[in-house]
Design a protein around this ligand. Structure first.
Ligand code: BQF
Length: 282
């Protein structure tokens, strides 16, 4: 029986901290705000955007929604980003991904001012994360670190295995664990004998994007298992990458889906927006 690491609860604590600091900023006359840009009608994206706006209201940020039609061109979106970069009431800019296929995500992310880049996707911020000199945290990986800290899991010297090498989760996750003195293995679709790798993990992070991918035989008894996955199963239910019911019997601690990493990702976005607002209201 593994301990359940409750992301919703830990996220509420992070947001309460942010809220207190937002109040202090406002007392000094600032009115910190986040621009949330949604292009098209992806239903999941709509939910994510409205979640983020709710979080803004909860911690005291103004949020400014820009909902653009599916057929928006790259030039039009670049124009909006330029306008937001120049607007002093906007402290952070979030462009919800994925973007429609006529728009190159990289082009847009590179156009966001690094000082307003609350997702930390601009190459300047990505590079800063690599060398450990950063102010914006990569939201999901930083949320995972915050959960491990809150659960009292010591990373120092532990073997951390990350499954998945995306620019948004896997790669920056490896970096943050490395900064905390973890010994890091990043596995991916070409890894030979994946289970042999994952069984070495004291801390196992699943960021694969496939329901029920991590089974009990892939987990060392007593390991801490963090499930970053967000998948819909055959019944349309939200599930992670980990076979929760069987892995829970082997692990010492585990994160649920929903209510695990997802709420933490959102909480760190609020922390990054606070960081941006502080930098712009010195
Ligand atoms: C929960 C995301 C894939 C692609 C683009 C709470 C969220 C999700 C789940 C959420 C995600 C996933 C977000 C739960 C933001 C996480 O209770 O388990 C919150 O809002 N997320 C996103 O903005 O873009 C994505 C996943």
């Amino acid at each position: 029986m593994a301990a359940i690491i409750n992301g919703k609860e830990i996220a509420a604590n992070v947001k309460a901290e942010v809220r207190a600091e937002v109040e202090a900023l406002k007392a000094k006359g600032a009115n910190p705000g986040l621009a949330v840009v949604l292009v098209g009608n992806n239903p999941a994206s709509r939910v994510y955007v409205s979640n983020k706006e709710k979080d803004c209201a909860e911690v005291g940020f103004a949020s400014y929604e820009y909902a653009l039609p599916e057929e928006t061109t790259e030039e039009e979106l670049l124009e909006l980003v330029a306008k937001l970069n120049a607007d002093p009431k906007i402290n952070g800019i979030l462009v919800q991904l994925p973007l429609p296929k006529q728009i190159c995500e990289q082009t847009i992310l590179h156009a966001i001012s690094p000082s307003k880049d609350v997702d930390a996707f601009h190459p300047e911020n990505v590079g800063r994360i690599m060398i450990g000199d950063y102010s914006f945290l990569p939201c999901t990986p930083a949320g995972v670190i915050e959960m491990l800290d809150a659960a009292g899991v010591d990373i120092n010297g532990k073997h951390c295995v990350v499954i998945g090498r995306s620019n948004i989760v896997g790669k920056p996750m490896g970096m943050l664990l490395l900064h905390r003195n973890g010994t890091v293995t990043i596995c991916h679709s070409r890894t030979k004998d994946l289970a042999e790798q994952t069984r070495q993990a004291d801390i196992l992070i699943a960021a694969v994007g496939k329901a029920d991918f991590v089974t009990a035989d892939m987990v060392k008894p007593g390991a801490v298992v963090i499930d970053v996955g967000m998948n819909r199963n055959a019944e349309g239910k939200l599930v992670g990458d980990v076979c929760y019911d069987e892995v829970e019997k082997v692990a010492s601690a585990i994160t649920p889906v929903p209510g695990g990493v997802g709420p933490m990702t959102r909480a760190i976005l609020m922390r990054n927006t606070l960081t941006a607002a502080k930098m712009q209201n010195p």
